[in-house]
Design a protein around this ligand. Sequence first.
Ligand SMILES: NC(=O)c1ccc[n+]([C@@H]2O[C@H](COP(=O)([O-])OP(=O)(O)OC[C@H]3O[C@@H](n4cnc5c(N)ncnc54)[C@H](O)[C@@H]3O)[C@@H](O)[C@H]2O)c1
Length: 265
Amino acid sequence: MGRLEGRVAFLTGAGAGIAKATAKAFVREGAKVIIAEISREAGSQAEREIGEHSLFVETDVTSEESVRYAISAGVDRFGKLDVLMNCAGGSLQEDVPVHEMKLEIWHQTIALNLLHPFLSCRYGIPHLIKAGGGSIINFASHLGMIGSEKPAYAAAKGGIVSFTKTLAAQYVDHGIRVNAIAPAIVRTERSIQRWETGNGILAKDPSPAMRARILKQKLYPFSVGEPDDIASIAVFLASDESRMITGTTIAADGGRSSYLKISTD
Ligand SMILES: NC(=O)c1ccc[n+]([C@@H]2O[C@H](COP(=O)([O-])OP(=O)(O)OC[C@H]3O[C@@H](n4cnc5c(N)ncnc54)[C@H](O)[C@@H]3O)[C@@H](O)[C@H]2O)c1
């Protein structure tokens, strides 16, 4: 029997990357999944790949009405909701020092990374309560655990850490656990594009020195992972195996937010 047998999960951004890999992993463990995704092409493709245990609902997670509709369409189809995984997100290249940043970049980044989990919790939590409990998985980043050169993204992801703790406190009496995952570099298509191909820094300078510098492989050998590495953590958090864990952020970053290692090179 799968570790998520009979459960229903709502995953945002599941047309690509970490959430798509997780939707597949959830279904392998016996769950049914709602793919809430803004790209019709990516969402339909994910639904085709995953098959009958999935439902794609075209969703803009920054829109209250769109999130409300997606959750109710998912519950109509599968009858209930046990897991919310708020994964859509990301940073923008234009997320530059605050005195140079366009205000719209701040608003876009906060809407996608912080307003969105608020909205899916707002409309999803009543169904988790109805189901007698459940698991919420938010997405932070190692750049939300330490300072970084991206102020809007760091503020949004840092906000996720305390939002997660607060939700854990507020819904513990309903049997709902709330945790976050904070990855460092995950080799999704978007991340590969940004770092390793096209205009990516590594495409321009693929030398081992640059690779080591960018990916911090020498200092933090466990800090670069694949979407399936994060999907495994999400399966654990969605399942009863993690029943003692709530209010925490799991730093899946090979130690980058935990310690500073000085290079001797
Ligand atoms: N990939 C990494 O290296 C990395 C590192 C740290 C944190 N994270 C976090 O992990 C999460 C997932 O990242 P990823 O790399 O898998 O992302 P991704 O870019 O591969 O996939 C994100 C998906 O979300 C969808 N999406 C974007 N805006 C949307 C919207 N408004 N409504 C609905 N869907 C929307 C995109 O179309 C895409 O399919 C994000 O929150 C990200 O900040 C990723």
